[in-house]
Ligand binder design. Sequence first.
Ligand SMILES: Cc1cc2nc3c(=O)[nH]c(=O)nc-3n(C[C@H](O)[C@H](O)[C@H](O)COP(=O)(O)O)c2cc1C
Length: 164
Amino acid sequence: MTAAFDSAYFRSVLGHVPTSVVVVTGVDNAGKPFGITIGSFASVSLDPPLVGFFPGTQSRSWASIRESGRFAVNVLGGGQDELCWRFAKEGDDKFEGVDYTSTAGGSPALPGVIALIDCSIESETPAGDHTFVVGRVEALQHVDDATDAMIFFRGKVNSVTHKG
Ligand SMILES: Cc1cc2nc3c(=O)[nH]c(=O)nc-3n(C[C@H](O)[C@H](O)[C@H](O)COP(=O)(O)O)c2cc1C
């Protein structure tokens, strides 16, 4: 075990923890869409139904999404690499050319995702250089016959196939 470590080694070790890949989407007060690629998504509570994730305190997209008090979790399927990297970039034009629709809660729903979770913001708690956002689930759906999910492992996205 290494007790003395720098941030590069911290990232490298934590990069060995495989994660799901979701895009958290929402709109600002003016209705403009924003989205962030997130690997820190988790199911939190069943009763009440809560989910959570950790955006960085510097996230410009989260600063905009939180204005509406709502967000949607778009769970990426295997092969949706383009959406993963598109929303992992900084910038105001992430939705350019994306054929998205809207959830009942008014957040962007991305095409081809394998599950979609509509939330209102329940709480935000500081957590170092990130914020722990808890969302109350208002509506949700999944694709019944989805076979391939996206995972992030050692800096690369991969597909994991449900063996049925
Ligand atoms: C697979 C993957 C997972 C990520 N997970 C997170 C995360 O959990 N929290 C976070 O703040 N950034 C995460 N990022 C980085 C953000 O997507 C990136 O910083 C993005 O530019 C933030 O958008 P913004 O600058 O528009 O706010 C992840 C990136 C990738 C590729």
